[in-house]
Design a protein around this ligand. Structure first.
Ligand SMILES: Cc1cc2nc3c(=O)[nH]c(=O)nc-3n(C[C@H](O)[C@H](O)[C@H](O)COP(=O)(O)OP(=O)(O)OC[C@H]3O[C@@H](n4cnc5c(N)ncnc54)[C@H](O)[C@@H]3O)c2cc1C
Length: 221
């Protein structure tokens, strides 16, 4: 599926249309596939279009009428859910390992330093879940909040990185071994920081919305 600009007078995605493009279409080739630290099964690359002709019946959703896709609200909600799924896998692994690993005469979960890390990871995951369910439910009901949606993605992406790094810490030296999935969790968690806007750019956008709302007499609502 290709998103291409079909109306230069409209800004951003508003001037774009979506097309189905069979990969054997003359003039099209995948010029390169990038290697990444995480999300390695999710390919990014350079696509080369040399005078490619696409039949009009391959236009999806009409001219400039395609689905919003990755740029839409749904992408941030989906990414947040994905980040929390990763967080949950990491926390489950950390709790299991902390029960099995004996150091200092007891399973490491009985050391308060480890237990408080697990508690922080748990509350971060649960806070993210509550936020995600709230925005998902609002989005379902057609009440998208332009500040809360990026705020949820920022929170959940940071939660994933925090929880995965803490899991790596709890696994000690095993955490960095390639044989175990923990290092993969950390590598995948790093990528969420850059998907669908960087965390900084999302925060800047939230700040601008708060500024605009404050001028309308709305503060944190
Ligand atoms: C795995 C992966 C999947 C992706 N999938 C998609 C996709 O499906 N669809 C899609 O459209 N894009 C996709 N992207 C692209 C992604 O949205 C961009 O990489 C991201 O928005 C950052 O843009 P950039 O890489 O151009 O970085 P830049 O915008 O160049 O940012 C570089 C640095 O400058 C900072 N910065 C940039 N602008 C400002 C500003 N105005 N003020 C202050 N600081 C600023 C950023 O925070 C960052 O630290 C994907 C990226 C990755 C890594």
């Amino acid at each position: 599926m290709v998103t291409a600009r079909t109306d230069k007078s409209k800004p951003g995605i508003a001037g774009c249309s979506r097309f189905l493009l069979p990969t054997d279409t003359p003039g099209f080739r995948v010029a390169s596939v990038h290697d990444k630290v995480g999300f390695r099964m999710y390919l990014q690359g350079e696509l080369d279009f040399d005078n490619v002709k696409v039949p009009v019946e391959n236009l999806l959703g009409g001219k400039e009428g395609g689905a919003p896709g990755a740029e839409g609200v749904e992408a941030k909600v989906e990414l947040s859910a994905h980040a929390l799924a990763l967080s949950r896998a990491a926390l489950d692994a950390a709790i299991k390992y902390a029960n099995e690993r004996v150091q200092g005469g007891c399973p490491i979960i009985q050391h308060q330093a480890v237990a408080t890390m697990l508690a922080d990871m748990y509350l971060t995951l649960q806070a993210g879940r509550s936020l995600l369910w709230r925005v998902a439910s609002m989005t379902d009901m057609g009440h998208s909040d332009p500040a809360l949606i990026p705020a949820t993605k920022v929170f959940c992406a940071d939660a994933a990185l925090k929880i995965c790094l803490a899991t790596m810490e709890i696994f000690g030296g095993s955490g960095v071994m390639r044989e175990l999935p923990i290092q993969k969790y950390v590598r995948d968690a790093m990528v969420f920081q850059h998907m669908d806007s960087t965390q900084q750019v999302s925060r800047i956008k939230i700040g601008k919305i708060l500024e605009a709302r404050s001028k309308e007499g709305r503060l944190s609502r």
